[in-house]
Every structure is written in structure tokens, then in C-alpha cells.
Design a protein. Sequence first.
Lengths: 106, 371
Amino acid sequence: MSDKPYVARSAAIAARVLGDETMVMSAGDSTLFTLDPVATLIWESVDGLTPLEDIVQTKVCAQYDVSLEEALNDAKLLVEQLAGHGLLLLSDQPIAQSAKLEEAKP
Amino acid sequence: MSGLMAEMVGKALKHNIPLSVQLDLTYRCNERCIHCYLDHDDHGEMTTLEIKDLLDQMADAGVFYLTISGGEILMRRDFFEILEYARARTFSIKLKTNGILIRKKEADRIKELGVESVQISIYSHIPEVHDAITKLPGSLAGSIEAVRRLREHGIHVVLADVLMLSNANDYAGVRALAAELGAKFTLDPTITPMMDGNRGVLGLNVDESALREVFRNESLVGNVEEFCAPPQGVEESALDMLPCSAGHTACYVSPYGDVYPCVQFPLPCGNVRRTKFAEIWRNSPQLLEVRSITLRDMPSCSACTHGGTCTRCPGLAYLEGNMRGPSSQDCEKSYARTGVMSENLKTKKASALLAAGAPLIQIQNLQSAGL
């Protein structure tokens, strides 16, 4: 993964925030995942246009007592795992909306 | 239910979130199934805009699982506009349809939109039997063609069969058909009264011996000994259990915007044309009443030996006259399953004997009995 990845939610998912957590389902294989409050914060913030580092700094570090380095490492691990399940898209370039829709097609 | 799913349901209960909604887009249909509980005339369906607004409200309220059903959903010209909008609001979507209007273009679009599964009603593998139930000649062939198209796209398909007198011998055939098509299979052994309370269709239900046969079919129920084990009575902890998800984490919205606890529980709780969905969900007196009911509050069922394991449907109980009462159809299922009568059935049998003029306690002369 690039040092400064851009992250977008895949269109091929179902998702809903439940309290301070999020349930996410992959439309491909119906596998269900839950995201804890910090992961939910990142999930809700990724827009394909804001670098992950900025999201971690402005959202996570602003709300939790954690260093940017530590939070960013954890965030990268999280987005890599979710991308592995097809729930997120990763790129070293901003991700346009059309790309997200294209990715959802069979 | 998986551990994760159970956890989510627990969270939804804690936060009072309607996790699942069935939304019927229309009651219009191209079939006229003999067991259908709906009136197929259009009495003023919600418009596209009203439905989109409702979808926004439901997403904001936390609805995750959305079942889009009818009537026949593809009778609505705006069906794909609604489906696309719903997917953009990231619902997990299941479609219920007879599939007859699903051609290549429709199958392509369903795949494109990431629908979780499509349930198609198949009542027999024999065209004459299925078509006599749907009253639409050629309907079995049309539905099977749709299943094939959807499966070619890799879409999960479920064949839904309903057990009734005219197809009682065919469920194994439908099951084999499902396997051949790469689809799942479900069998509903209960015909429900019509939404207006008309119980005429109940005459289509199979008798107890046919039910007993279904409940002893290992390929349908798994471990027969366990499934049909006599009930062990009600434990104290079971008395506070919730009867089912209706009104607790799930509800139903009709094509006219009426909200009910479940499609099988026609207790009107509000209308989204007059009141916001979340307001109805949180504060409708009817939903609050449904939520307040536990097994402990049901006079007959709390004393019944089946209480802890019964599949009692509160909607069917409501249609029988009392949402805190027993659902006789479920009592009959429990009896067919275990051979043990519920309290409700015992009372009914005693009443029937009295009405017939027979004494409750019958003493027979041994000599006249030939002993």
C-alpha cells in the first residue's frame, strides 16, 4: 500500500451504523462484518478524495488520545483488511465516484 | 443465527432499531394464487417520490435488511428506480417475486445493483399443479426461466414453496428442482388468513398427518428425533423471552404506507404519509403494546408445556382475536411435530366435545365394549 493511500467505500456493500458501531455486508458473498467505534469513524469519513492520513489526523487523533503514527498504522491495517474483503477500494490517487460504481459491476 | 448476527440483533433491541423491514411496493400481481392473503386492486400506492423519501427515513432509522415484496414487484414501472435508490442507501436487499417478468435485461440490472438474494415462489415441479395454484398458464415455465437467468448471473436464489392440499406431495420435487437450478429451498407449512381477516383460505391447509410427515422428513428438518422431541415445559427464564422479531427489530410497510409489526400481523400502527417512519417505530401505541408482551403475559401459552419451544406467531394469534392468546395453527404444528397437545388444543377439544353434547368424562361399560 502507498504511504498516503486514498480510500473509498465499495458500492457492492450493504452498511448501517448501529449505535456507535457499523455493520457491513459484502454483497458478493453476504459475509457480515462489524466495525468498532474507531473503525466506524474511519468508515464514515473515507470519501475517496481525502488521504487516509488526513482522516486519521482530523478525526481519530482529534477524538482519541493516540499518536498519529500509531493511529495511522492501525488505520492502514484496517483498510487493507476491509479492502481484502472487497468492502473498501484503495489507491495512491484520489478515487472518483465513477470508479466506485464501475468497481461494483460484475 | 450466527453469533455476529445475534450480537447485532441484541444491539438493535438495545437501541430500538428496526433492523429489518419488508416493504411491499404493490399488491397488484400477474398471478392469482389461490392461497394469497392480499387484495390485488390498487387503492393508492405510494408514488416513487414517497417511496424514496421512506427509504431515506428507513436508512436514517437504522434499517439494514430490506425485503422488497408485493404483489409482483415488477408490476411497478419504477421498480428499478426504487431498487437503485435503495442500494445507494446501502440496504441489504432481498427481492420476493414470481420472476415471470425477469428477462435478461432485468437479470443484468439486478446483478448490477448487488441484490443479496431473490426469492421466487414455486409451488410444484409439475406445471399443471403449479399453474393451477397461480391461475396463470405457463407460470411455472416463466418462473423457472427467471431462476436460470438469475443463477447464470451468480445471484443467490431461493425457491419458496407453500404446503397446501393441492401440492402436498410435490415439495420433494420442488426441492430437487432447486438443487438442479443451484438455488436454495424453503417450505412454509402454513396458509395464513387474508390481511382483512378472512379465514376462508385456511381450508387449503394440509391435514395433521401430512404435516406430521413433513416434520419427520430428515432432509427438511435435520435431526428428526431432536426436532420432534416432546416439549420439556417452560423454564422460568423463558417466560421473559420475546415472542418474535415483529415490532421489536422488524416491521412491515404496505404499498399505501401503512406500518404493521409484520406482514402476518395486520395491526395498523401508523401511516408514513401522515407520520414519520421513526416516529411510528418509536412511539406508536400499538408497537409499544406489541413490545410489552412476553410469554409471561400470555395466559394460555405461559402454562403450556410447549411454551419454551413453540413457534407461536403473534400475528396469527392477533388474527385469531387476541395478540396475547395462542395461535391455533402453531398449536396444531406443535402437535403434529411432537404428538403432545397444547393447552389451547386441549381446551378446544374439550369445548368441542361439550358442544357436541358429549360428557367431558366418558365412562364406558366394559361389557358393552366387548370385554
